[in-house]
Each structure stands twice: as C-alpha cells, then as structure tokens.
Design a protein around this ligand. Structure first.
Ligand SMILES: [Zn+2]
Length: 150
C-alpha cells in the first residue's frame, strides 16, 4: 500500500529580484508521516523533486548531501535544497487583554534563503494545492513510494 501525504506548494518570491521558486510543505498529522521526506526545487524550471532522506542525511540541516545525491541520481545540477533563513515573529501585540492579543496576532513569517541568487531572501507570496501547481504547468517529481495529495 502506498502511503500518502497532504502537501501544499508555496511560491517563494525573492526580495532582490523578480524570480520565484516553488517550495513544497508536507502537512502530515504526525511527525511519523513526514519523517524522512525532503524536497528540492529547481532553479531553472517550475519543478519540485520529493525524495526520501538517507539516515545520514536526517541530521544534516544544510541539506547539502541530499542535494548532491539527488542531482547526481538524476544527472542534473539545478536542484536546490531550500533553507529556512529565519522566522520573523509578528509585531508584539500592544493590547492588554487576551482578546486584544488575538485580534493583533499575526502568524510568524518564514524567510527562506533564495536558492536562485546569492544573499536574497524569499518569502511565500502564494500557496496552492499540488494539483493547481501541476495544472499551471508545475512539475512534481516523486522519487519514493508516496502519493502527494491536496
Ligand atoms: Zn533571489
């Protein structure tokens, strides 16, 4: 039986240029479901590659070994591991009550290192379902026995 996992695609826009990079987020109910899966994004085309991490790669936060292995496996050099650069908390709520806090709360922003240039930071400008991404011409390449669902 093929396991499946829900996923969504974020379109990351660079703050230094007009280029965008698609990035996949897995939405498993438990860590067990997503454990071991990682993705690479192409820097020349709208494509995401999903594969299973080797045990040794699980502890490598830079994703470099995984990136090198998958590029070699596919005979490519355009796939990049998207690194989270920092998490920017929303503005601190000024109100006193819990109600004020709730009204003022904004979710933290995830800031990624742009894989297409040196030093650029990329944030999600749009989130879409994998099926919409593919319908718009995006390509999802899955190298392991997992089915990605909306
Ligand atoms: Zn960039």
């Amino acid at each position: 039986m093929t396991r499946w996992i829900e996923a969504s695609i974020s379109i990351l826009k660079c703050n230094q240029s007009d280029h965008t990079t698609p990035h996949i987020t897995f939405c498993g109910d438990t860590d067990m479901v997503t454990a071991g899966l990682a993705s690479l994004s192409s820097v020349i085309t709208d494509e995401i590659v999903v594969a299973e991490l080797k045990p040794a790669e699980l502890t490598d936060e830079t994703g470099k070994d995984f990136e090198t292995r998958i590029n070699e496996l596919l005979g490519r050099d355009d796939l990049r591991f998207i690194r989270l650069s920092c998490v920017e908390a929303g503005p601190a709520p000024a109100g006193r009550s819990f109600q004020d806090f709730r009204n003022a709360y904004t979710a933290p922003r995830l800031i990624f290192a742009c894989p297409r240039c040196d030093g650029g930071e990329a944030v999600s400008t749009k989130t879409e379902a994998p099926s919409d991404f593919q319908r718009a011409g995006g390509k999802l390449t899955v190298l392991t026995a997992v089915e990605l669902r909306d």
